[in-house]
Each structure stands twice: as structure tokens, then as C-alpha cells.
Design a protein around this ligand. Structure first.
Ligand SMILES: NC(=O)c1ccc[n+]([C@@H]2O[C@H](COP(=O)([O-])OP(=O)(O)OC[C@H]3O[C@@H](n4cnc5c(N)ncnc54)[C@H](O)[C@@H]3O)[C@@H](O)[C@H]2O)c1
Length: 89
């Protein structure tokens, strides 16, 4: 199990799709779904038990602690940010 943050964004979404195309190791995807997040990026994973989506903020310490305790991911990869490339362009 790995924990991805910002996995509904541009890079995180592609990372999740790429990861699950190559690996059976499941992913928890923690994303706040700000203006930059879009679950449509992950539509092809609907019904895939390897992808657990959680809507929430990485600043929410209690939520992050709960996810770490519950899923015990071996790695955390952080893509959560307010840097939507389309908007910056
Ligand atoms: N896109 C690029 O070309 C590029 C290049 C170099 C580095 N980066 C860096 O990679 C990271 C991701 O970039 P991106 O283009 O995928 O960004 P993005 O804006 O497309 O996606 C960011 C995602 O993070 C989520 N998010 C924002 N704040 C959050 C929070 N507090 N808690 C949980 N989720 C939150 C958003 O809902 C969104 O899904 C950023 O740190 C960015 O600076 C991006």
C-alpha cells in the first residue's frame, strides 16, 4: 500500500494511473479536490479495489494520522499543491 496525496491533479492522477497499470500494490489517494483536482482523471479506475479515494486536506493531521494507522502505507508520495498549471499558464 502506498499513500498518494494530490492524486486527482495533473501529475498525481497520471502517477496513480501509471502505478496501477504496472502494479497490484494498492493506492490510497488523499485529495482535497480543490479547483485543480478532477476525479474525471481517474474515471477508468471506478470499481477498482486497488484505488481507495479519500477526499480531505493534507493539513488535517487527525485524518492523515488515521489513514497512516489504518492502512500502514510503506511510502507516501506528495503531489498536493496549489499550483494548477492550466491556471498559471
Ligand atoms: N505540472 C508541472 O509541470 C509541474 C512541474 C514541476 C513540479 N510540479 C509540482 O508537482 C506537484 C503537483 O503538480 P500538478 O501539476 O499535478 O498540480 P495540480 O494543481 O494539477 O494538482 C494538485 C492536486 O492537489 C490537490 N490539493 C491541493 N491542495 C491540497 C491539500 N491541502 N490537501 C489535499 N490535496 C490538495 C488538488 O485538489 C489537486 O488535485 C506540485 O507541487 C507542483 O508544484 C508540477
Amino acid at each position: 500500500m502506498i499513500l498518494i496525496t494530490g492524486g486527482a491533479g495533473f501529475i498525481g492522477g497520471n502517477f496513480v494511473l501509471d502505478w496501477l497499470a504496472q502494479s497490484e500494490e494498492p493506492v490510497i489517494n488523499l485529495d482535497k479536490l480543490t479547483y485543480a483536482g478532477n476525479l474525471e482523471n481517474l474515471a477508468s479506475l471506478q470499481g477498482d479495489a486497488r484505488h481507495v479515494f479519500v477526499q480531505g486536506d493534507i493539513g488535517d493531521g487527525a485524518l492523515v494520522a488515521r489513514l497512516l494507522a489504518e492502512h500502514r502505507p510503506r511510502a507516501v508520495i506528495n503531489f498536493a499543491a496549489e499550483s494548477h498549471v492550466d491556471r498559471s499558464i
